[in-house]
Design a protein around this ligand. Structure first.
Ligand code: PLP
Length: 348
């Protein structure tokens, strides 16, 4: 069994892209309220932002229904994925996850000599929870689940995932990456955060990069048992990577529910445009719960990416179960139309 992998992109060398649909960024923000808060906070940039971080933690704690000691902030959730990996794999061990999955935490774990026990997604792109259960052994230091998953955009049913986590969290901590959760119509029903409240050793990660459209501003957080957060902060510091402007922007964005709803709605509209276009051209796409769509292509990833770049369109390409796939992020309507036009020229 060959694990999935991603073709190299030259995204940093291609600033002239007309449609940047390669990093699951959100083109609709940041919200006007966040922009204003950021501008107004520049004048306090001479001070460390510990007080502001405490305020954001308090706001998040209230929203999530936990006390403040269940929250840790980071400059993007990547920082917390990596810190979790470092602190859990410093002495090696194995990590159990699906394949394909979002690789950030897994790569850092492997850099610390973790063994990656990959379990292929099922034929309907859900986590193979039975297979993952079997893969867990006495050396498993963490189970990683990305739900909705990246790069597939698919969702594993909440009730099945909840039973799995309830059972397995006693054997190894479970990290549930919920970066795209807020794109769901009813996010809370699919979140595993209730398990943390029940005292299970589950770590939930969220980010301001996706629904809040603040990827470049770098704010994310994890919700976990205080004992887990103590373990992490005994080895690495949490708030020192944070920027006061971004913290204040995040607070303003949290309060701007209209923006969050629009962000969800506009992303959905772009998804519909892409579904219709892919359907017309006969592509068999994977229905998505997120801000990106995966579909199989009849060309190897490298030449495909190059041809799309030549049209001014940046996307990603993966090999999944031995076949090439394109992953396209949702942009504005005109970007999606440009993507569909380019796809037609390149592949149809
Ligand atoms: N988790 C998933 C599943 C992602 O797709 C991403 C980014 O694309 C991240 C985490 C990291 O995002 P950030 O560091 O911007 O919070």
């Amino acid at each position: 069994y060959q694990p999935s992998w991603e073709w190299e992109t030259q995204m940093n060398e291609r600033p002239e892209l007309k449609a940047r649909l390669l990093a699951n960024e959100n083109p609709f923000g940041p919200s006007d309220k966040a922009r204003l808060a950021i501008m107004e906070s520049v004048s306090v940039g001479n001070r460390y932002g510990h007080g502001d971080a405490a305020e954001l933690i308090s706001l998040i704690a209230k929203k999530e229904g936990v006390s403040e000691d269940y929250i840790m902030l980071g400059p993007g959730s990547t920082d917390l994925l990596e810190k979790t990996a470092i602190t859990h794999f410093i002495d090696g061990g194995n990590i159990v996850s699906a394949d394909p999955a979002y690789m950030s935490l897994i790569k850092t774990a492997m850099a610390f000599k973790a063994d990656w026990k990959k379990v292929p997604l099922t034929s309907d792109w859900a986590h193979d929870l039975k297979g993952m259960e079997k893969a867990v052994d006495g050396d498993t230091k963490l189970i990683y689940i990305c739900n909705p998953n990246n790069p597939t955009g698919t969702l594993t049913p909440a009730d099945e995932l909840r039973s799995f986590c309830k059972k397995m969290a006693d054997k190894a901590p479970i990290f549930v990456d919920e970066a795209y959760l807020e794109f769901l119509d009813k996010p809370i029903e699919s979140s595993m955060i209730d398990l943390v409240k029940e005292g299970k050793n589950v770590i939930i990660s969220r980010t301001f990069s996706k629904i809040h459209a603040m990827a470049g501003l770098r704010i994310g957080y994890i919700v976990a048992l205080p004992s887990t957060l103590d373990k992490i902060s005994s080895m690495v510091r949490s708030n020192m990577g944070l920027c006061v402007t971004s913290i204040r922007g995040a607070m303003a964005s949290m309060e701007d529910e209209t923006f969050q709803n629009n962000s969800r709605m506009w992303t959905k509209e772009s998804r519909e445009i892409v579904y219709a276009g892919l359907d017309t051209m006969g592509f068999d796409f994977v229905p998505s719960y997120t801000s990106f769509i995966l579909f199989p292509i009849d060309m190897q990833g490298q030449p495909f990416l190059k041809k799309m770049y030549e049209q001014g369109v940046g996307v990603r390409a993966f090999e999944v179960f031995g076949k090439p796939y394109c992953r396209v992020s949702m942009g504005k309507k005109e970007e999606m139309e440009m993507f569909l036009d380019s796809l037609k020229k390149v592949l149809v």
